[in-house]
Design a protein around this ligand. Structure first.
Ligand code: SAH
Length: 261
């Protein structure tokens, strides 16, 4: 197995690159890829930058040039529903490109000529990831995020949600628009800007993927307030600890690849 790990922003991946052993850097297509061993797992870490095209290009390169066999996307997202709160974790069960609309030629959200609106991440990979997330919250959370930050962001009892993640080239900070999306997309738990693009690339290339997001904001008018502080002091910790748990778990029991690809 060779695991590709993508984040959009540098702060979402803080600590992971430093944790890599025998690492070396390669520049390709205006991005820096760091290859090495991450808790005994052969891995390549990269920042995609923001948006669907950037994420698709990065995922494709990881597969075609760096030979990764699995892709993990880790980052932050806005809450897609009122039951999801800041500091919660979302593991995607399906992903949709919410700004895709070629109607009336194709149904809204359908990626033309693929016959699909939703792209599925790998079920067993996602299950292992959500277990790592649960264990993180139960066992590491208090050590990982200091009290000042827990108070500042009112992180009381963070939870893990599994559900639909919607991606689009738009920072969502308008409650009315979110409400509309939520009504059109049952089971929506998070909104972000990359996951569904990665999921489409992985679907087309037959690469198992998983997407995990720490909720940084409620996708409303307050979304940009303290965004960077949250990403640095909270989300980076989540990503580090959850990825460590995942890698250690993958070491003891490798993922079995089923089906073609
Ligand atoms: N304010 C930031 C911009 C971040 S864009 C800056 O100045 O750099 C938001 C990034 O976080 C994207 O990578 C996206 O995937 C995720 N994200 C977090 N909250 C989001 C929201 N409410 N809507 C869309 N994307 C969001």
């Amino acid at each position: 197995m060779r695991l590709g790990i993508i984040s959009a922003l540098q702060e979402e991946q803080l600590g992971l690159v430093e944790a890599m052993e025998r690492r070396y850097k390669l520049i390709h297509g205006m991005r820096e890829y760091t290859a090495g061993q991450l808790w005994e797992i052969d891995a390549v870490c990269v920042l995609s930058r923001i948006g669907k095209v950037a994420a698709a290009m990065t995922a494709t390169t990881l597969v075609e040039k760096f030979g990764v066999t699995h892709i993990l996307f880790t980052g932050v997202a806005g809450a897609g529903d009122k039951t999801v709160g800041v500091g919660d974790i979302v593991v995607a069960e399906a992903l949709v490109q919410h700004d895709m609309d070629a109607s009336p030629l194709f149904p809204r959200f359908e990626v033309p000529l693929t016959g699909r609106t939703h792209f599925q991440p790998d079920p067993s990979f996602s299950l292992r990831l959500s277990r790592a997330a649960h264990d993180f919250l139960e066992l590491d959370f208090l050590d990982a995020v200091n009290e000042t930050e827990r108070r500042a962001f009112r992180l009381l009892q963070p939870r893990v949600h599994r559900g639909l993640v919607a991606s689009g080239d738009q920072f969502m900070n308008d409650p009315a628009r979110l409400e509309g999306l939520n009504a059109a997309l049952p089971g929506l738990v998070a909104v972000e800007m990359e996951g569904a693009a990665v999921a489409q690339v992985c679907h087309e290339l037959g690469i198992p993927c998983a997407v995990i997001r720490t909720i940084s904001d409620n996708a409303n008018e307050n979304a940009a307030i303290d965004f960077m502080r949250f990403v640095k002091s909270v989300a980076a910790q989540y990503a580090f600890y959850v990825t460590r748990r995942l890698c250690r778990d993958l070491n003891t029991a490798p993922l079995v690849q089923v089906g073609p690809g």
